[in-house]
Design a protein around this ligand. Structure first.
Ligand code: COA
Length: 248
């Protein structure tokens, strides 16, 4: 089974991360496949809503830390990572997410680009960028403070404190919480409701609400420059080595 499954269900494109044995940690190939699925959807008039999903208990464990470790050598972010982040920023189709279990790093920051997030009551969002010696990415340093205020964004993005489903809802990231067994159905129902709206009116409204895409792209680039710098740091290398070498 490929690690990203893309299925079109009528007007809805479902992009499912499918590497459950690694809690859906994202490899460069997975970023590329997700970016491709989002990019290809843009000109497809038949598609009216995108739905990002993961596995039960594992929405996404963030970037694969083996890949991050490899990137500490050259101090470069893999191109597929930026491709995916740009695809999220430039995406014009309403974006729904179905989140069960862990959503770490980009697993959480991609949700800030979504329009409607359905979470299982087992969802646990976290962005341990700073504890890993890194900085926030995916324009989260711009979007999160705007969404939840500086204090809560600081706790999430800088202190790395996890958010449970209820707190994520209070913080404005999550729309609705459901029992994990009903997650896919609830997310699909939300996507169908959105897909039934007049598409041009929905797209125009969404564009107005999100503000200029250039601002989001500029922040992604600014964060990426700081991120590359941090990747080379002894703090980051030590944090990756500690995870990869942990004994269980
Ligand atoms: N990169 C690479 N491998 C990862 C991974 C990641 N980001 N997240 C999980 N995995 C792997 C684990 O190494 C383990 O592999 P193994 O079975 O071959 O040993 C497998 O996925 C299952 O993970 P495990 O840690 O056993 O599951 P858990 O339920 O106890 O914990 C997490 C889940 C997500 C909390 C934990 O794996 C974790 O903290 N991962 C790192 C998250 C992270 O820091 N991401 C980067 C953010 S910028």
């Amino acid at each position: 089974m490929p690690p990203i499954l893309v299925t079109d269900d009528g007007p809805i494109r479902i992009i499912r991360m499918n590497r459950p044995e690694k809690k859906n940690a994202l490899t460069l190939a997975m970023y590329d496949a997700m970016a491709q699925a989002i990019e290809d959807a843009q000109a497809n008039e038949a598609l009216r809503c995108l739905l990002i999903a993961g596995a039960p208990g594992a929405f996404c464990a963030g970037n694969d830390l083996n890949d991050f470790m490899a990137m500490t050598q050259e101090g470069e972010l893999g191109a597929p990572i930026l491709r995916f982040l740009y695809a999220l920023a430039r995406n014009e189709k309403p974006l729904v997410a179905a989140v069960s279990g862990v959503a770490v790093g980009v697993g959480t920051t991609m949700l800030l680009h979504c329009d409607y997030v359905v979470a299982g009551d087992d969802a646990r969002l976290s962005t341990p960028f700073v504890p890993l010696g890194l900085v926030p990415e995916a324009a989260s340093s711009l979007i999160a403070p705007r969404l939840m205020g500086h204090a809560r964004a600081f706790q999430l993005l800088v202190m790395g404190k996890p958010l449970g489903a209820a707190t994520a809802k209070e913080s404005g990231i999550v729309n609705t919480i459901v029992p994990p067994a009903g997650l896919d159905d609830a997310a699909l129902a939300a996507a169908r409701e959105i897909a039934a709206l007049p598409p041009h009116a929905a797209a125009a409204s969404r564009r107005l609400m999100r503000g200029p895409v250039e601002g989001i792209i500029a922040r992604i680039d600014e964060e990426a420059a700081a991120f590359k710098d941090r990747l080379k740091s002894p703090d980051a290398k030590a944090a990756f080595a500690a995870f990869l070498g942990r004994k269980r």
